[in-house]
Design a protein around this ligand. Sequence first.
Ligand SMILES: Cc1cc2nc3c(=O)[nH]c(=O)nc-3n(C[C@H](O)[C@H](O)[C@H](O)COP(=O)(O)OP(=O)(O)OC[C@H]3O[C@@H](n4cnc5c(N)ncnc54)[C@H](O)[C@@H]3O)c2cc1C
Length: 485
Amino acid sequence: MAKHAVVIAGGGPTGMMLAAELALAKVDVAIVERRPDHVLVGSRAGGFHSRTIEVLDQRGVADRFLAEGQVAQVAMFGTTVLDMSDFPTRHPYSLGIWQNQIERIMAAWIAELAVRIYYGREVTGFAQGDTGVDVELSDGQSLRAQYLVGCDGGRSVIRKAARIEFPGWDPTRSNLIAEVEMTEEPPRGIRHDATGVHGLHRLEDGRTVRVVVTEQQLGPSSEPTLRDLSEALTAVYGTDFGIHSPTWISRFTDMTRQAAAYRAGRVLLAGDSAHVHYPVGGQGLSLGVQDAVNLGWKLAQVVNGTSPESLLDTYQDERHPVAARALQHTMAQTALQRRDKRIKALVDVVSELASMDEPRKRLAGIISGLDIHYDLGEGHLLLGRRMLDLDLVTADGTLRVFTLLHKAKPVLLNLGEPGGFDISPWADRAQLIDAEYLGPWELPVIGAVTAPTGVLIRPDGYVAWVGDGTDSGLRDALTTWFGTP
Ligand SMILES: Cc1cc2nc3c(=O)[nH]c(=O)nc-3n(C[C@H](O)[C@H](O)[C@H](O)COP(=O)(O)OP(=O)(O)OC[C@H]3O[C@@H](n4cnc5c(N)ncnc54)[C@H](O)[C@@H]3O)c2cc1C
């Protein structure tokens, strides 16, 4: 039986990001992926938001995605575009890039990191004990791991086998999404009516049309057909535009559910396996990638023996509330997509409010992920929030903070007297950088904050300790997050 420290079920965006994080921390990680390769049939998600671009920037790979995508102010609440060009970030925009491109780029990245992938096999179940997990595969083989992470999407086998409850709301509305050819020229753009939202978009090849259409009634859970698509289009547009030659037809719904627990012993969940919602607002992929970045370094430290298993509990403590809030917001936005006259009145009121400065910033902060605040206790406003990508002046020249995070290792930034901190007991785990920064400290949504004299940054880019001229609390923070020396 092959052994790995961590086995990840599912190599979608969440599974690949987690694998990259673990590989950067030198953990022996393997992915089991049902598909025969990383080619994704159909374009699926249309991009990601600012914080996800930052997270990829922290690992030095954002440029790969930026080179293929299109930056735009497309963060929306309902139908109001939330301009975030005034947000203090290097990436004050969203990135339009299809999920099949995202997965191709990620697959190339994890190949560079030498992540082992078992393609063309499914995880069918597992048995966990005190020392590890036996992971059962569809080809009759098993893998042995210290930990198993279910990144296997909304219908997660891992979540079900772990008997983790998935409470929430049943679907009330379904959409068909497809890529087809058409004999007639379709009208472009988005249309709203009393049923929901519909959109037709010609893809870059000039031949294929991406169709998203809300069905008149909630569709069944079976695979949709070309006939279903024809009927749904005709109900909305009066014609099916002569659709033919589909390469992909799928159905998604507004079912909204969240796993009651993100961990059951040695088994964890991340991404869509832990939360599903209607794709309005385009947050699912971003949530999954950020789950992975929160979990990766913690799991690596537990596997590498530097931190106790209890560190894994902070994964659920921090990420469950973030997804719960996203679910609440997607349900609110889903309601705004229906356009009978009464709901149109509500849409108009919400649009007016959302275009005012403070609500705009608040909503854009949530959708972009830039306002995420993990509850790490009382203290400076930076505590538990994302570290800013400042231009630092160091003895080696000018350096961006995010560059220091490329290897996914903790960083203690000393912004006071050079040599002012001693973290030699943690020297094998954390980097100590003496630097100068004289510019403003400004957080999205919150605004200006007082300049600290030191900042302890976790590998995921969140601030674990803030110095105010002394090193009070620093040793506790280092021990809590990076283990006893
Ligand atoms: C129409 C649409 C538009 C969207 N638009 C956006 C958007 O603009 N922005 C955004 O952020 N999100 C968007 N989303 C959501 C996004 O697609 C998902 O949230 C995202 O794919 C979740 O990633 P994941 O890796 O967690 O799960 P998945 O992408 O579902 O990946 C799961 C992987 O696990 C594999 N797998 C499943 N079961 C097993 C098993 N038992 N064993 C082994 N492998 C298995 C699957 O083959 C798959 O590769 C959209 C979704 C839809 C449907």
